[in-house]
Design a protein around this ligand. Structure first.
Ligand SMILES: Nc1nc2c(ncn2[C@@H]2O[C@H](COP(=O)(O)OP(=O)(O)OP(=O)(O)O)[C@@H](O)[C@H]2O)c(=O)[nH]1
Ligand SMILES: [Mg+2]
Length: 203
């Protein structure tokens, strides 16, 4: 039990979460393993600041590969090595770009393999529109699939933005019965609770 997959719709904040969570756990530099849909595997070393500049962005489908970072979680007097994998963002429709479609298929395949799934949702976006619209069919489907398996939690992200508090309330109604953590990936809020949960599930 050591593979944690970060999934969610495009622009939910998955990449920023992975990088800032790694920094919260004490990493200033990360070795990221990129696994592309065409099978190519590549390792790149970044400072967290550089990774944020290059890998996080406002344009949908910025991430188009599985991007894995290893983290050490404290267990008793030692540590346990676990893997956090960022994924290409999901969408409700069929994308016109074949590369995006392949990247999404890769994410869906990885969901089957993971020990723990952290499902990021943009709570601020949910707050400013009808929950079913902002959540999207794909979020309901991920929650449904995850229900049938072990480790799964929803991370209601962007709690620093206006509308996120009402978004969180809507999320609780729309996706009841799941473990849910309000966070801000940007300001590293809610990370202590997420760390405890990941530690509990993976270690
Ligand atoms: N205010 C605020 N902005 C955030 C937060 N998390 C992410 N963002 C912003 O949301 C945008 C998308 O963030 P990413 O981390 O690239 O999103 P993603 O889910 O990886 O997107 P894809 O790679 O396209 O699937 C960026 O402009 C981030 O700066 C947050 O907690 N608060
Ligand atoms: Mg991304």
């Amino acid at each position: 039990m050591r593979d944690c997959l970060i999934v969610g719709k495009t622009h939910a904040g998955k990449t920023l979460f992975v990088l800032n969570f790694a920094q919260y756990l004490g990493l200033d530099n990360v070795d990221l393993i990129f696994k592309y849909p065409n099978g190519l595997i590549e390792k790149k070393t970044y400072s967290i600041a550089k990774a944020r500049r290059e890998l996080v962005g406002p344009i949908p489908h910025t991430t188009r590969a599985l991007q894995t970072v290893s983290i050490d979680l404290p267990v008793g007097k030692g540590v346990k090595r676990c893997f956090l994998t960022d994924t290409s963002g999901l969408i409700d429709h069929i994308h016109s770009d074949v590369e995006v479609r392949r990247a999404i298929a890769q994410t869906l395949g990885a969901i089957r393999e993971a020990d723990l799934i952290l499902h990021l949702v943009d709570a601020a976006a949910v707050g400013v529109s009808d929950a079913p619209t902002a959540l999207g069919e794909v979020d309901y489907q991920v929650a449904q699939i995850a229900q049938m398996r072990g480790g799964y939690a929803i991370l209601a992200n962007k709690m620093d933005l206006p509308g996120a508090v009402s978004g969180l309330a809507k999320l609780k109604l729309e996706l009841p019965g799941h473990r849910l953590f309000p966070i801000s990936a940007l300001y590293k809020r809610g990370f202590r609770e997420v760390k405890s949960y990941v530690q509990h599930l993976l270690c």
